[in-house]
Design a protein around this ligand. Structure first.
Ligand SMILES: *[C@@H]1O[C@H](CO)[C@@H](O)[C@H](O)[C@H]1NC(C)=O
Ligand SMILES: *[C@@H]1O[C@H](CO)[C@@H](O)[C@H](O)[C@H]1NC(C)=O
Ligand SMILES: *[C@@H]1O[C@H](CO)[C@@H](O)[C@H](O)[C@H]1NC(C)=O
Ligand SMILES: *[C@@H]1O[C@H](CO)[C@@H](O)[C@H](O)[C@H]1NC(C)=O
Ligand SMILES: *[C@@H]1O[C@H](CO)[C@@H](O)[C@H](O)[C@H]1NC(C)=O
Length: 370
């Protein structure tokens, strides 16, 4: 996920609500979703707010990942709408090679899922494992395999997934055994965003989820690692980056400060992440001009903050760029698409919020046979 959020999530995951009897008004809703091969619209939810998740487009969502919380109400609601609900979990790199620690972790995750009538687990480990640390790399694969085996044996319809970087080429020093991870998961969620975590060449603001990098990354998983398309979900961002420009050229290049990340001089850490619910209203209210980049197939705009005089470039995604990537997922025959994160749009019940939200959700595929 977003690097700066991921790690805060781990400790929260230990807080789970144990419900030994079905908490739903209809006991049917405590039953798991049983179709293990259908297409996916995989949504991460960061806030346990019924006023938000009740307004998700449940004609589209197939799986909700509860990030940092466990909600019986959401479980009942999602199952009522034929969608899965899973937990998210992370693991410490230092403990990857310790099989008894792994076992204890797997047991605990499975108990959380079983006690709460949930459908599975999304493993969001994003720490560096350099190429030469083969034992650590294999420890991670073992963790995933042990999770998969324990879950499938206890809960045959359960879903086990792993989040991976936009490309398998050791992005951010994540030199994992991607083939092994795919073998022991239902599918990999490819985080086709934060693609500028390591900027090569000119240190300028670039697309968060550009067309070429997204396609190259997916093809890396398909052709180099040889993962079948049915085991890949294309993850897209409902957030963008706000970059302060040190200099803005005539042809719209925004030069940014050098901020290193995992061995590369320049990165998107020079900017800050901004949800679509912040970006889009600013575009509208400021009168800034939305510029469509034909190469990255994404929009951006520049905006000068009147109070500070700082020039910012916003690189983001909107329904036009999201639709193009959904088309890519379909063309490649992938298992589906997903979004980090569902709470990046405005769920308030105003005419404008309702309209923008339907526009965003409407860019995602619908129905079982898309
Ligand atoms: C699962 O759903 C797909 C449609 O997404 C359908 O084609 C398939 O038959 C379903 N499988 C089962 C076992 O129900
Ligand atoms: C593995 O973890 C267990 C349980 O925390 C601990 O007792 C043991 O010493 C660890 N083993 C190694 C090799 O670090
Ligand atoms: C990293 O950036 C600095 C400027 O901030 C530059 O002087 C240096 O040569 C760069 N190093 C590499 C390896 O590009
Ligand atoms: C971008 O592509 C569209 C359609 O292919 C074309 O009409 C337009 O001229 C292109 N714009 C630029 C700046 O290349
Ligand atoms: C949303 O707003 C509409 C129109 O103002 C109103 O009729 C409806 O009751 C509201 N829904 C909720 C859940 O507040």
């Amino acid at each position: 996920m977003e690097r700066r959020v991921t790690y805060a999530v781990v400790s929260l995951m230990l807080v789970s609500t144990v419900s030994s009897t079905c908490p739903c008004s209809d006991p049917e809703w405590c039953k798991p979703i049983t179709n293990t091969t259908r297409k996916e619209v995989f949504m991460f939810s960061l806030h346990d707010k019924a006023s938000s998740w009740s307004r998700f487009d449940w004609t589209r969502v197939t799986t909700v990942v509860m990030v940092g919380y466990v909600s019986p109400d959401l479980m009942c609601f999602a199952h009522q709408h034929n969608a899965r609900v899973v937990i998210i979990a992370n693991y410490q790199t230092a403990d990857l090679t310790n099989s008894s620690k792994r076992q204890a972790w797997v047991t605990q995750q499975l108990a959380t899922v079983q006690d709460n009538y949930l459908d599975g687990i999304n493993i969001d480990f994003e720490s560096p494992i350099p190429k030469d640390q083969v034992d650590v790399r294999d420890g991670y694969t073992s963790l995933v395999r042990e999770t998969y085996q324990a879950f499938k044996s206890a809960l045959p319809y359960s879903q086990v997934t792993v989040d991976v970087a936009w490309s398998p080429a050791c992005i951010d020093l994540r030199c994992y055994d991607y083939k092994g991870l795919a073998q022991y998961t239902d599918f990999l969620f490819v985080m086709s965003y934060d693609e500028q975590s390591q900027i090569q060449g000119e240190c300028i603001a670039k697309a968060n989820s550009g067309f070429a990098k997204t396609l190259t990354g997916l093809q890396g998983y398909l052709k180099i690692v040889e993962i079948p398309p049915s085991q890949l979900v294309l993850g897209m961002p409902w957030y963008g980056y706000r970059y302060p420009c040190l200099q803005l050229t005539q042809d719209d290049k925004c030069f940014i400060k050098h901020v290193p990340f995992r061995g590369v001089n320049c990165s998107d850490a020079a900017g800050t992440q901004r949800d679509f619910s912040a970006v889009y209203p600013l575009l509208q209210s400021s009168g800034a001009k939305r510029i469509w980049d034909n190469v990255t197939q994404t929009p951006h705009f520049t905006y000068k903050d009147p109070s500070t005089g700082i020039m910012y470039q916003y690189q983001y995604d909107d329904p036009e760029s999201i639709s193009i990537k959904c088309q890519m997922a379909e063309t490649l025959g992938l298992r589906g698409v997903g979004i980090w994160n569902a709470d990046s749009v405005d769920y308030s019940n105003t005419t404008e919020a309702n309209k923008v939200r339907q526009w965003m959700w409407g860019s995602l595929p619908q129905g079982p046979s898309w």
